[in-house]
Design a protein around this ligand. Structure first.
Ligand SMILES: Nc1ncnc2c1ncn2[C@@H]1O[C@H](COP(=O)(O)OP(=O)(O)OP(=O)(O)O)[C@@H](O)[C@H]1O
Ligand SMILES: [Mg+2]
Length: 245
């Protein structure tokens, strides 16, 4: 991989919550235009990694480089303004705002604010149901619709890279399929995607490259099409394959 192709490089990242170490020397490279998945079970450190990239957590050591510039240590709004956007875990939206108001909240960075009407149309094109429900409070959306809103809101910022934290959680298989199709459409428009997933098969199916994270360590990585599901599953569970966490 030449450096030109690397959009985001995470190098030897260590993250602590007080005394507890959540990430150990985590190194990840995200190629421009690709879909990369980070696979891991509950508590593996997936959200910690995303939150550290986005400046919500501070690393103890290591670096995050986006388009050849260090971004670790920058405030979250500066990082967002560079083109990093996230659909947060639990499809968090503003429940008492309408669908449209939620979407407009996504266009808060200066360059997106100028284009917000065009971005809104784009979001509605991608998820027509959000146009139908534009005047309804987000509270009343179904789980799948709320997830679509969370993704669409993240897109409203006009990102170069979109982080999706467990977008399939609690949704019916048919809805998950639909949402992943949209993710591919978003990627086709040139937006690099990072998927956080617990489902091994789904992660491998929808990504170009995968990393497996276990207790804060990257324990496996490779091209998704070349990683055997069995081996990834073993790596995902570590030695205590049948232990209950
Ligand atoms: N704010 C915090 N303070 C202390 N410990 C935390 C905090 N946030 C996360 N942790 C711990 O860090 C570890 C990694 O948590 P993280 O939320 O990154 O996991 P995850 O892979 O996203 O899990 P899940 O799939 O359940 O969302 C866990 O052991 C968790 O208990
Ligand atoms: Mg998480």
């Amino acid at each position: 991989m030449t450096n030109d192709n690397v959009l985001l490089a995470i190098d030897k990242l260590n993250v602590h919550y007080r005394q507890f170490q959540a990430l150990y020397d985590v190194s990840v490279k995200i190629k421009k235009g690709s879909i990369v998945s980070i696979i891991g079970s509950n508590g593996a450190g997936k959200s910690t990694l995303l939150n550290t990239i986005l400046g919500i957590n501070r690393p103890t050591s290591g670096s995050v480089t986006f388009m050849d510039q260090r971004i670790d240590g920058l405030p979250t709004n500066r990082i967002a303004a560079k083109g990093l956007s996230m659909s947060p875990e639990g499809s968090r939206v503003f429940p008492n705002l309408t669908v449209k108001e939620n979407l407009l909240m996504g266009a808060y960075i200066p360059q997106a604010r100028k284009n917000k009407e065009a971005m809104l149309e784009k979001a509605y094109d991608l998820f027509p149901v959000l146009k139908e429900k534009s005047k309804q409070e987000a509270n009343y959306l179904s789980g799948g619709q709320r997830q679509m809103l969370a993704i669409a809101r993240a897109i409203m910022a006009g990102p170069k890279i979109l982080f999706c934290d467990e977008i399939s959680l609690g949704l019916a298989p048919v809805v998950i399929k639909d949402i992943y199709k949209k993710i591919q459409e978003i990627n086709d428009e040139g937006i690099t995607i990072v998927l956080i997933e617990q489902d091994v098969k789904r992660s491998l199916k929808y990504s170009d490259y995968s990393y497996v994270i276990l207790k804060g360590n990257i324990v496996m990585e490779g091209k998704s099409s070349e990683l055997p599901v069995e081996e990834v599953t073993d790596a995902y569970f570590g030695e205590n394959k049948y232990a209950i966490y």
